[in-house]
Design a protein around this ligand. Structure first.
Ligand code: DP6
Length: 339
């Protein structure tokens, strides 16, 4: 309780009260994917998803409600953000203000531990950290389930970043839930960055378009629950090969539904297929490694922690791979106490 209290900073600034809090949330990769909404207005997922939180990729966000501000000021890695990304942040702040009965504008300073420009998804860790810091700075004490529901309203995948280890989010669910803690299994990922620059179509737009135009979308939604159950049981008994097979099938079914959209949504770049091919070769050589891709050209490869070095060496030499990152499993999102 003392810890919770100390996480909120209060000070006088030119005669006005300022309250601030800082939170850290880790990015997550869906092993079983979410793609499509059952309710667009409430931002509810159409399919169940299951993720692993990553320790090497995190966002740290500090929110300060300051009565001297006339509008919300939002920065990411030191630069002011504007347009749609800023609007999404302000929407979260408005909800927090409404619930807490606070009228004050806020300054939001966010920093990613990984290169934002590389096109790695940062919205999951970003919105989880924002929701945690903003609610705490406004004096609200929310449960993890509530924090997850608030994060989900901003971005569905962010709901899972409240939890470390493995997390699940059921179809139509308001909030994610923990499946297994970080200590459950010594797995990790190598991320092969295959191209630079931001993604062409946002995941939000890509999935709405897929749902509207792809004849394969209903088949994707129908297949997802069984894959989710298979993966969940495989995590419980630490069965990497079953989990990996279900994970690859989930990602390929999701991308197949996008290929069937009109016009098609294609996130694959030429080197993406090169990485997939290398993973299959490595597997036939006895390396237990499995791939997944999201709304971008990069490939995330799941393996035992002890195999990450070998895997990294193999992936770095695939033509078109510009960089690799290794990561283990990350912790719960948490507030940081400022000195
Ligand atoms: C391919 O969570 O970014 O990464 O809810 O519209 O913000 P919105 O979508 P978002 O979609 C993520 C899609 C994915 C798969 C996943 O993370 O489950």
């Amino acid at each position: 309780m003392l810890l919770e209290y100390r996480a909120i900073q209060r000070r006088e600034h030119g005669g006005t009260i300022v309250t601030a809090a800082k939170a850290v949330a880790h990015s997550n990769i869906a092993l079983i994917k979410y793609w499509g909404k059952s309710n667009v207005e409430r931002n509810l997922p159409a399919v169940p998803s299951l993720s692993m939180t990553l320790d090497a990729l995190s966002t740290t966000t500090r929110v300060e409600f300051d009565a001297s501000l006339t509008e919300d000021a939002v920065t990411l890695d030191g630069a002011a953000i504007s347009g749609r990304p800023r609007e999404r942040v302000c929407r979260v702040l408005d909800r927090v203000r409404e619930r807490a009965g606070v009228g004050t504008r806020a300054s939001v300073e966010s920093a990613n531990s990984f290169p934002t420009a590389a096109g790695l998804a940062s919205s999951a860790s970003g919105f989880a950290a924002l929701v945690m810091a903003a609610t705490r700075a406004a004096g609200l004490e929310l449960s993890n389930a509530e924090l997850s529901a608030w994060a989900r309203q901003a971005s569905v995948s962010a709901a899972r970043s409240i939890y470390g280890g493995f997390a699940e989010l059921d179809a139509d669910a308001e909030s994610a839930a923990p499946v297994a803690a970080k200590a459950h299994w010594d797995l990790g990922m190598v991320i092969a960055l295959t191209a630079r620059g931001p993604k062409s179509v946002s995941s939000t737009d890509g999935m709405l378009h897929t749902a509207k135009t792809s004849p394969y979308y209903p088949a994707w939604v129908e297949a997802a629950p069984a894959l989710f159950q298979t993966a969940r049981a495989a995590i419980e008994r630490r069965d990497l090969d079953t989990l990996g097979e279900a994970m690859e099938h989930s990602t390929l079914l999701m991308h197949a539904s996008m290929f069937g959209a009109r016009p098609a949504v294609i996130y694959f770049a030429p080197p993406t297929l090169g990485v997939l091919d290398r993973i299959r070769q490595l597997r036939s050589d006895g390396v237990r490694a499995y791939f997944t891709m999201d709304a971008g050209p990069h490939v995330k490869v799941l393996a035992r922690r002890e195999d990450l070095g070998t895997l990294d060496d193999a992936l770095r030499t695939v033509p078109g791979v510009v960089r690799t990152l290794q990561t283990g499993i990350g912790p719960d999102a948490h507030c940081e106490i400022e000195p």
